[in-house]
Design a binder for this molecule. Structure first.
Ligand SMILES: Nc1ncnc2c1ncn2[C@@H]1O[C@H](COP(=O)(O)OP(=O)(O)OP(=O)(O)O)[C@@H](O)[C@H]1O
Ligand SMILES: [Mg+2]
Length: 264
């Protein structure tokens, strides 16, 4: 363990609609950040239906359920995936975990706050929607990344989530990722339309983290339980993730590690 530091940036990744690519984005972004030299903790915040471990092909014996219900030290739950990348896995098929009650929220705050000080960056992959655990993780975070796709249902549900976060939890400065796009133009148009709606109805000015193209290599990598930034480092989705990772890395004021290989 390194000496205690200040609290690192906590980036919470959420969406209104399910299945829009949050876990895929988080796992690959965390991998790319770790490879740039950022000591990264990825928390599976989909507490009742976690699958970060599945996407990464990890063997998991303990989950955050033990921390929330029994106050177990998360350091004993954490899995080291590769250099600089650690995961706190969640349970799956435990519906009562999805609605994180106040006691569970307190347990998590108490145990996570000291743990995260050993990291440069923390990412949280939440469940979809506006459930208690989603709202709590977003409130706890210092930055809120919302994943949208150009589908109207993703946009309306994403707007509803941001409205709740802005009006009830006073969250601002959402960072938008537009996933599953056919072109940069489609992503830009989707961002521009959502930014106009947020400006008009919530007086919110979001920032654009980037587009993530629809890419068959993403689907192949998920089936082989490997991040696509490793399995297909040249694919368009991997390039997009590395570009967003560079932006986040710089935003966090981090310096590239000594063994970081700048990508071609
Ligand atoms: N850029 C992409 N290109 C192609 N397929 C994608 C892309 N992003 C996500 N997918 C597909 O969408 C599926 C769902 O992605 P993922 O599990 O990451 O979504 P999620 O938002 O985390 O879902 P949930 O709300 O259930 O947690 C993946 O299995 C993958 O096949
Ligand atoms: Mg998910």
């Amino acid at each position: 363990m390194r000496p205690a530091q200040k609290t690192p940036p906590i980036l919470c990744i959420s969406s209104g609609k399910g299945g829009v690519g949050k876990t895929t984005f988080c796992v690959n972004l965390a991998t790319a950040l770790a490879e740039k030299g950022a000591r990264t903790l990825l928390i599976d915040g989909d507490l009742g239906l976690g699958n970060v471990d599945v996407v990464l092909g990890l063997q998991v014996n303990h989950t955050l359920r033990e921390t929330v219900e029994q106050g177990c030290d998360p350091a004993n739950i954490m899995v080291e995936v590769q250099k600089n990348l650690f995961v706190l896995p969640a349970s799956s098929g435990v519906p009562e975990m999805a609605g994180l009650n106040q006691k569970g929220q307190c347990s998590l705050t108490t145990v996570l706050e000291p743990l995260i000080k050993d990291f440069d960056l923390v990412l949280v992959d939440t469940a979809a929607g506006i459930g208690d655990s989603v709202l709590w993780f977003n409130q706890w975070a210092s930055a809120n990344i919302i994943i949208l796709t150009p589908d109207p249902t993703s946009l309306t549900d994403g707007y509803a989530l941001m409205k709740v976060l802005a009006s009830r939890h006073l969250k601002k400065g959402f960072q938008l990722v537009i996933n599953n796009v056919k072109s940069k133009q489609e992503a830009q148009d989707t961002f521009t339309n959502m930014a106009a709606v947020l400006g008009r109805f919530l007086q919110e000015t979001p920032s654009y983290l980037g587009p993530l193209p629809k890419d068959t290599k993403v689907i192949q990598a998920i089936r082989s339980q490997k991040p696509f930034v490793h399995a297909s480092p040249d694919c368009p989705a991997a390039r997009a993730i590395r570009s967003m990772a560079s932006h986040i890395f710089t935003q966090a004021g981090l310096q590239a590690g000594p063994d970081h290989q700048p990508y071609r």
